[in-house]
Design a protein around this ligand. Structure first.
Ligand SMILES: Cc1cc2nc3c(=O)[nH]c(=O)nc-3n(C[C@H](O)[C@H](O)[C@H](O)COP(=O)(O)OP(=O)(O)OC[C@H]3O[C@@H](n4cnc5c(N)ncnc54)[C@H](O)[C@@H]3O)c2cc1C
Length: 410
């Protein structure tokens, strides 16, 4: 028995990756009490990364992304309640409310994830899409089947992947990106520029430093208007401008919320028996400080960690994530580990950016903060530990047998 006491009714809010991994970890760690998973989606937990990749190109069926069969979920003795939007958390009586339902809990994992952001200037109109859910993917897939002219607003990970998939279908694709290059938030302008070239070389038009001002269309989209007055004729607009954490249901709960549920380093959200995991969690990393991640591996790592810490009571351990992220665009594998936040330089440690096979380190002072690779998976895998330890650049290059000649501002 831990200091937290024996748990008998654990609830998980959310039906995504972090929620599923938390449920599985709870059972694996020996929790044998009641376990409920409440999701507002109609689909059981499924994998989102293929939605912008193989599902859009038609290489995978949308339904093939569902993680577990009903039998596998039954083996977990998991009370899965789909179509159940939790709208209130009462901490005083440890109760969740979802419509007319009430559910008591003595342990809670908040895994309500994030939703696609939209642009206020764009009204809901046939042809305007976001891509977050399986339902979104089904709708976009159907729209792309009609051979439309496609505009993608935003060249982050998802926008870039949607553009690549639409090009793979042979469609006319234009990306509109407000920053000077794709994925600058993670990669900085120089490596971001390499990703812009990747788009251009595959016939995707990319307009950087450009904003979407509005759309034209009677009943259905006919054009996208840009802030500089340009009018792009289009049948489909995919808005890929990031995600917003789903925290509205926590209003009034007393839990601190600010761009995510605020957690300590143990993933506890202001209460020893309420933990958060995945895209919704804003936790305190011992090195990087306050962080929120919107990536697959983090959802896996935090789902597990929150489950273990919930059971561990006083034995809870701080969370340290790997910060591992990947993206597939035009058949190229992009991978990232650690963080570029606060990095002063990017060092091309191996290969060549022009040849699209390279490894770059992001350095803070002379220590590794992050690494980015294009088509250099084995090398990136080897430097995960070095980045995690914040190893010294010279030592890391030596250990990997690399010269690390080119150093550019990050
Ligand atoms: C198209 C796409 C492609 C991606 N590709 C990659 C990739 O290549 N690499 C990578 O690292 N990451 C990728 N990601 C990101 C990754 O999928 C997410 O980080 C991950 O899904 C987060 O999991 P989560 O469980 O925290 O949140 P989510 O997956 O958002 O799940 C949260 C769930 O909770 C539900 N919910 C919300 N509020 C409530 C409520 N009040 N009551 C009940 N249920 C609620 C939501 O509907 C949802 O089902 C991609 C994401 C998308 C959308």
């Amino acid at each position: 028995v831990t200091a937290a006491g024996r748990l008998e009714q654990v609830a998980i809010v959310g039906g995504g990756l972090a929620a599923l991994r938390a449920a599985e970890a709870l059972r694996r760690e020996g929790y044998d009490g009641r376990l409920a998973l409440l999701s507002d989606e109609a689909d059981p937990p499924y994998d989102r990364p293929p939605l912008s990749k193989a599902v859009l190109t038609g290489e995978r069926e949308p339904d093939s992304t569902v993680y577990r069969t009903p039998e596998q979920l039954a083996e977990l003795d998991l009370d899965v309640r789909l179509g159940t939007a939790v709208d209130e958390l009462g901490l005083a009586d440890m109760t969740l409310r979802a419509g007319g339902q009430r559910l008591k809990f003595d342990g809670l994992v908040i895994a309500s994830g994030a939703r696609a952001r939209t642009l206020p200037a764009i009204p809901p109109l046939a042809g305007v899409h976001v891509l977050r859910t399986l339902a979104d993917a089904r709708a976009l897939l159907a729209a792309l089947g009609g051979g439309p002219r496609v505009v993608v607003a935003g060249a982050g990970f998802i926008g870039s992947e949607v553009a690549a998939s639409a090009r793979a279908l042979g469609l006319d694709v234009t990306i509109v990106e407000a920053a000077e290059a794709p994925m600058t938030r993670v990669l900085g302008p120089r490596l971001g520029a390499a990703c812009a070239e990747l788009h251009r070389d595959h016939g995707t038009k990319i307009l950087c430093g450009a904003g979407v001002a509005g759309v034209d269309g009677e009943g259905a989209l006919s054009a996208v208007r840009l802030t500089d007055g340009t009018r792009l004729p289009a049948d489909v607009l995919v808005v890929g401008v990031g995600a917003a954490p789903n925290t509205e249901w926590l209003a009034g709960s007393g839990l601190p919320v600010q761009d995510g549920v605020i957690c300590d380093g143990l993933l506890r959200a202001g209460h020893p028996r309420v933990l958060a995991a995945g895209d919704v969690a804003r936790w305190t990393d011992p090195v990087a400080g306050s962080m929120r991640s919107e990536h697959w591996t983090n959802a896996v790592e935090q789902g597990r960690h929150a489950a273990r810490n919930l059971l561990a009571g006083d034995g809870a351990r701080p969370f340290r994530g790997s910060g591992f992220v990947w993206s597939d665009q035009y058949g190229q594998r992009l991978q990232f580990v650690g963080s570029s936040a606060g990095a002063t330089d990017a060092v091309i440690a191996f290969g060549s950016v022009d040849e699209r096979r390279f490894l770059a380190f992001f350095v803070r002072g002379d220590r590794l903060a992050g690494a980015f690779s294009m088509n250099a998976t084995p090398l990136l895998t080897r430097c995960r530990r070095l980045v995690d330890e914040g190893a010294e650049l010279a030592g890391a290059l030596g250990e990997l047998g690399l010269d690390g000649a080119a150093r550019v501002p990050a």
